[in-house]
Design a protein around this ligand. Structure first.
Ligand code: FE2
Length: 428
């Protein structure tokens, strides 16, 4: 007998009345209308079952520290970096771990079961690295946590930057990070990209750099990153995070850059909530949105994902681990309001993000892990519109979290008794 069967589900690709059969934590069958006995049956009642959400860009060492030791008064990226510099020497591993674990609880409740987090390697004590390696171990039963060695102060700009990063990788950090636009000069930035990609190639690691996170139309580190990915045979293993300068670049240059990125197999992560709040800060009006060129990158064949980046930290005081909120902002900022565009935004926080992280067993196909979410929505478009309630969250066939349906009781004569904000499916 099966362990679990989910019936009457809508899948993200539009298939309806689908059944998902689960045995030993894996999906063993996905078919229309299957009804076979199982130890547990879940009737999805025509609602969406999606693979779990994936956040490919986060900073878990800073999360939930909002207000410590003070709030970011200007709300800018640079004050955020300065504030993080003030907080770092005060950090205690225990408190950092407690905040990270609390965030992971939020994540599970929101169906977010894989997170790539950058961890600052600038401090020679590597306190944050040790703390997040411990968090990774603690949350392993329910969250795939991937760590990126992130030299926040610049791998070349800060004393001991290369050594600290190498020691973090020795300790088991998964991915090589960088921040070329924060090095002293454009030339140093390019040198850091080359150096870090070579370290990754030598160690067999993936690469994920904060790349051109500025409004500078002349910032060119994504070009160098794509070049190095190709030169070192790292196609499909390198990601450029943010790439906000692309928003401001000359269109002719971008027409040359897009095929270069696509050809080098470099993926791109936009962080819509953070880009829309931190970029364009030097502008009066009109103010640039600052997010990278998401639809154009997608059209060029680049794998584009959305990250949350920050939740209640020195850079951003909002957020709750909700990747549908990220997708919602992404589609607004990128004006991806076509049906295909909205679905692509859903993909940016699920399948595309899983591809960036090289997650194994991800998806709703036979053989994949039975790690999925039942949403209070009838399709991905409605899921984003409502930032839909995660009714049930499963990890390898095991129920991890439940949230009651969001339904308002109405007390009006002659009208419905309740509404869940889903329009009636009537004809014209
Ligand atoms: Fe970031």
């Amino acid at each position: 007998m099966l362990d679990l069967i989910v019936t009457h589900a809508v899948l993200p690709d539009g298939r309806t009345d689908m059944s998902i059969a689960v045995q030993n934590g894996r999906i063993v069958e996905v078919t229309a209308g299957l009804a076979v006995p199982a130890h547990e049956t879940l009737d999805a009642q025509g609602l969406l079952v999606a693979p779990h959400f994936v956040d490919p860009h986060f900073h878990m060492d800073a999360t939930l520290s909002y207000g410590l030791p003070r709030v970011n008064e200007s709300g800018t990226l640079l004050e955020g970096i300065a504030l993080w510099g003030e907080l770092k020497p005060l950090l205690k591993a225990e408190a950092l771990i407690e905040r990270a674990l609390a965030y992971c609880d939020w994540a599970v409740a929101k169906g977010l079961l894989a997170i790539r987090t950058h961890v600052d390697t600038s401090d020679p004590s590597l306190l944050a690295v040790e703390a997040l390696l411990e968090v990774k171990r603690l949350v392993a039963p329910y969250i795939d946590l991937q760590l990126v060695a992130f030299p926040q102060d610049g791998v070349l700009r800060s004393a001991g930057g290369v050594d600290n990063l190498q020691r973090a990788l020795d300790k088991g950090v998964d991915v090589v990070g960088g921040i070329p636009h924060f090095e002293r000069t454009m030339a140093d930035g390019a040198a850091s990209v080359k150096l870090l990609c070579e370290i990754a190639a030598k160690r067999g690691k993936l690469v994920d750099m904060h790349c051109d996170e500025s409004d500078d139309p002349m910032s060119r580190h994504i070009e160098t990153l794509a070049y190095e990915a190709q030169r070192l045979g790292l196609q499909g293993r390198v990601n450029g995070s943010h790439c906000t300068s692309m928003h401001s670049m000359d269109n002719y240059y971008v027409s040359k850059l897009l095929p270069l990125i696509a050809g080098s197999g470099v993926s791109v992560i936009a962080n819509p909530l953070i880009n829309i709040t931190l970029q364009g800060r030097h502008d009066t009006y009109p103010k640039r949105r600052g997010m990278t060129r998401v639809p154009e990158l997608m059209a060029a064949g680049v794998n584009v994902a959305f990250g949350h980046d920050c939740v209640m930290d020195p850079w951003y005081g909002m957020g709750s681990g909700d990747m549908l909120e990220v997708a919602h902002m992404g589609l607004h900022v990128a004006q991806m309001t076509s049906q295909a565009g909205i679905r692509a935004c859903f993909g940016a926080v699920t399948t595309n993000a899983a591809k960036v992280m090289h997650l194994g067993g991800y998806g709703l196909d036979v053989g994949c892990d039975a790690s999925f979410v039942l949403l209070q929505a009838r399709d991905p478009v409605e899921a984003i519109r409502l930032r839909a309630t995660r009714l049930k969250v499963f990890k390898k066939g095991k129920l991890l979290a439940e949230t009651p349906a969001a339904t308002a009781r109405l007390h009006m004569t002659g009208r419905a008794e309740a509404t869940s904000f889903m329009p009636p499916r009537t004809g014209v």
